[in-house]
Design a protein around this ligand. Structure first.
Ligand code: NAD
Length: 503
């Protein structure tokens, strides 16, 4: 069976319509597994973008009137249908994004988890009652839907990022327009198709509930600029976020930016080194280094450096690399040649600066075009050069440190501020790292790696990571507008601050 026919079968199994496009401008989708063609998808043209936003805008006018727990019922049905098709959806992620099967299953589980969270949330969208300074007055804060929420997503979490946004935005009373990565449109078509089916199964009109826009950055930029898109939640590189952030600001439009990361961990002398090796290898080499939370910089206390680094090198030497569908594989392919080239350029640059580079070369080639590398460890005497930028590939820079405060400074020196971790058994170090003078990142962990967040907490990062928060906690507030209401239930009109204005 070819990959293309597997795609056809997956769509048939999940009951979502899909046919290869014969359009001359169709997007050709290739699998990173061996470079073969998965399918051809029709792109959305400019007038179709406008029509899709108009449908979502119209649908939002009635969706906002549904009681939130009823909206939650649509999301519950979405979670159930995704659970029913979990293995087919994971297979699709593996084919299109190249993730190993275990991680693809984990990503589909995230979709299910956020639906459960959003269902509970649909009965917990609360405002505030505040003491008024005036007699017979009530002061309130109430929350209301925004309208159409535009979602831009990256290739490396082709389902979870959409679901994090969609589940919350929809229970908050918004409709959706989604511009997925041009590298993973099939996954988007499947997931969006299931969302619409779930809506219909609960008796809700699916038209306009979640509109899919297929295409490149131009399609995304058109959506971002449209006046009826009230919030843009964009996940991807910092370069993309800079463009989207500026475009939104120029229209005074809300944006929620989830951008790149250059995440680090500190290993202190008291750390449990067995745990460190497992935590570091999963965070740095897992997903072939293609997570926003991938561990990219490791600061190791000089007293344990010569013990830990050889242990990491040994672990890296034994990592099974290959076809992500093989249950024994832990490291699958890079997404494309561009990603491979960026990795090689960074490694070349650090080699010239005298750093010691372990691994990083192309390991195998499957089919016509594929990029499988052995994840690299680079020993850097000090933090410099490419270490201070995000190369979206599996390179782990390791640098010794002498003083804990100096290690925190190096953690915070990066322009990004997504995820960070400390490995220590010393309570003082753990507390300092997670305190106001510790890590400046949105995520600061103790004795676990930088990747693999749970959906219950708010997810996001500071500085060039964009400042947005998604997923759990009170992240839902980003998808609603707040109104302050003062209600006078008396028969006089006292003014605030005691102002007298008699007529
Ligand atoms: P990318 O920036 O190349 O593309 C992301 C999306 O943005 C795509 O859908 C693309 O078409 C769209 N886009 C690009 N320019 C645009 C514009 N001007 N207007 C509207 N849309 C535009 O990112 P990628 O290569 O797909 O993903 C990898 C990057 O994403 C890494 O930097 C990674 O750290 C980051 N990422 C961040 C998070 C997070 O939650 N912080 C999660 C996943 C990935």
């Amino acid at each position: 069976m070819t990959h293309a026919s597997t795609i056809q079968k997956i769509f048939k199994d999940i009951g979502v319509d899909y046919r290869d496009s014969t359009d001359s401008n169709a997007l050709a989708v290739h699998t990173p597994i061996d470079g073969s063609l998965l399918g051809r998808v029709k792109c959305t043209n400019q007038s179709e973008v406008a029509a899709a936003i108009a449908r979502a805008h119209l649908r939002a006018q009635s969706w906002r009137n549904e009681p939130a727990p009823r909206r939650g019922a649509a999301i519950r049905a979405f979670g159930e249908i995704v659970r029913q098709h979990k293995s087919s959806l994971a297979q699709l992620i593996t084919l299109e994004a190249g993730k190993i099967t275990q991680e693809s299953l984990g990503e589909v589980q995230e979709v299910i988890d956020i639906c459960e969270f959003a269902l509970g949330l649909s009965r917990q969208l609360y405002g505030l009652t505040i003491a008024s300074e005036r007699a017979d007055h009530k002061l309130l804060e109430t929350w209301h839907p925004l309208g159409v929420v535009g979602i831009v997503s990256a290739f490396n979490f082709p389902m979870a990022v959409f679901a994090w946004n969609a589940a919350l935005a929809m229970v908050c009373g918004n409709t959706l327009v989604w511009k997925p990565s041009e590298k993973t449109p099939l996954t988007a078509m499947a997931l969006n198709g299931l969302l619409l089916k779930a809506c219909a199964s609960e008796g809700f009109e699916p038209l306009g509930m979640s509109e899919l826009l297929i295409g490149d950055r131009e399609v995304g930029a058109t959506m971002v600029a449209h006046p009826n898109v009230k919030l843009v939640s964009a996940t991807g590189s910092t370069a993309m976020g800079r463009e989207v952030g500026i475009a939104c600001a120029s229209h005074f439009k809300r944006s929620l930016l989830e951008l790149g990361g250059n995440n680090s961990a500190i290993v202190t002398p008291t750390a449990n080194l067995d745990l460190v090796v497992r935590g570091v290898v999963f965070s740095a080499a897992g997903t072939a280094g293609q997570r926003c939370t991938t561990l990219r910089r490791l600061f190791v206390h000089r007293s344990i450096y010569s013990k830990l680094v050889p242990a990491l090198v040994r672990a890296y030497a034994g990592l099974p690399i290959g076809d992500p569908r093989d249950p024994g594989t832990l490291v699958g392919p890079l997404i494309d040649e561009r990603s491979f080239a960026a990795m090689q350029t960074a490694l070349e640059q650090v080699k010239q600066s005298g750093a010691t580079v372990h691994f990083g070369a192309r390991e195998i080639v499957l089919g016509e075009s594929s990029f499988y590398v052995r994840p690299s460890i680079v020993e850097m005497p000090e933090q410099s050069g490419p270490m201070l930028k995000e190369t979206f590939a599996p390179i782990l820079y390791v640098t010794p440190y002498d003083d804990f405060e100096q290690a925190i400074e190096m953690n915070n020196e990066a322009s990004h501020g997504l995820s960070s971790a400390v490995f220590t058994q010393d309570l003082r170090e753990a507390e300092i790292f997670t305190s106001a003078r510790g890590s400046d990142c949105g995520i600061a962990n103790v004795n676990i790696g930088t990747s693999g967040a749970e959906i219950g907490g708010a997810f996001g990062g500071e500085k060039e990571t964009g400042g947005g928060r998604e997923s759990g906690s009170d992240a839902w507030k980003a998808y609603m507008r707040r109104a302050t209401n003062t209600i006078n239930y008396g028969s006089s009109l006292p003014l605030a601050q005691g102002i007298k204005f008699e007529i």
